[in-house]
Write a protein that binds this ligand. Sequence first.
Ligand code: GCU
Length: 340
Amino acid sequence: TITLGLAACGSGGGIEGGGAEGGGGGGSAETVFRLAFNQTEEHPQYKAAMQMGEDLYEATDGRYGIEVYANELLGTQSDVVNNVSEGSVEMMLIGGPLMESFNPDFVVFNLPYMFASQEAQAAVFADTAATGELFASIEESKNITVVAGLFAGVRNVYNNERPVRTPEDLAGLRLRVQQSDSQVAMIEAMGGVASPMGQGEVYTALQSGVLEGAENNETVYNSLKHDEVAKYYSYTEHLMIPDYLLMNTDVLAQMSEEDRAAFTELVPALVEDANTGFFEFIETSRAASEENGAEFNEDVDVEAFRQRVAPLVEESIDNDVKQGLYDAVQQYNEQYPAES
Ligand code: GCU
């Protein structure tokens, strides 16, 4: 199909691309890691992963490269994660809530108003002492290694009926959430009706009236054209959910020590590139949505939403591991508070 041809071409640089110049080093590396991605080639995570592939190709003298498949070409996140677990896809980027089905303790990072700032979130994911046990748990159970935690914007609500200022304004609005119990409970507490589904189905559901709205960052709102079918975007700022870069654990273990070290050394640059690029991507996305006629509403009673979800946050921290993760977040929130 056309989609397949275009996306495959955009992803790996093609055969004629020839290694490093081809982008991602996927073209002619001896071993190509396929990385599944559910968003477009404009996304900073896509660009950062391509760059990592090129650098890996260089650093391993062409032994390894990364081929990034954008636009859900390899499947939805919830499907592909099983392929990563089995090893038929080597790498992927995944939204935090989907990790809850592997280990419910991941929920801590997916709770509303958890991180005070992007810096606080980045500090948590740079602190392997804080996240080590959590991440190791799915190496054992799922054969999946969490390579990095990435900034994925701040999520806000949007719908096709009205600007949202208070929890009452969400009454009766069916909003798509990511697939996990925490996300359903959150939207219900905020006053709306939650409808969990994969990202790729949302546009049609909005268009056909199955949904009145959704919640996401500005970049998804624009790049998946949700702005065309749900023009009121309101800054509830309820979530800063990370994405994770995942890799099949055996695949990583099979690399020579030297090549694995080369891979690991490239991770901080990937995080930095992806996170920095995100802020610019937010700006251009918002401007493009405004051009399309979307209305951005900053007049939101954030405190009212925060109070609505506070009991949910408290109930969710129900074991020692979650408490430890929660405390680590709070420590970094104090160090890197919100800009007022
Ligand atoms: C964000 C996130 C994705 C996720 C998407 C969603 O864009 O970066 O990983 O899939 O939201 O809402 O499904």
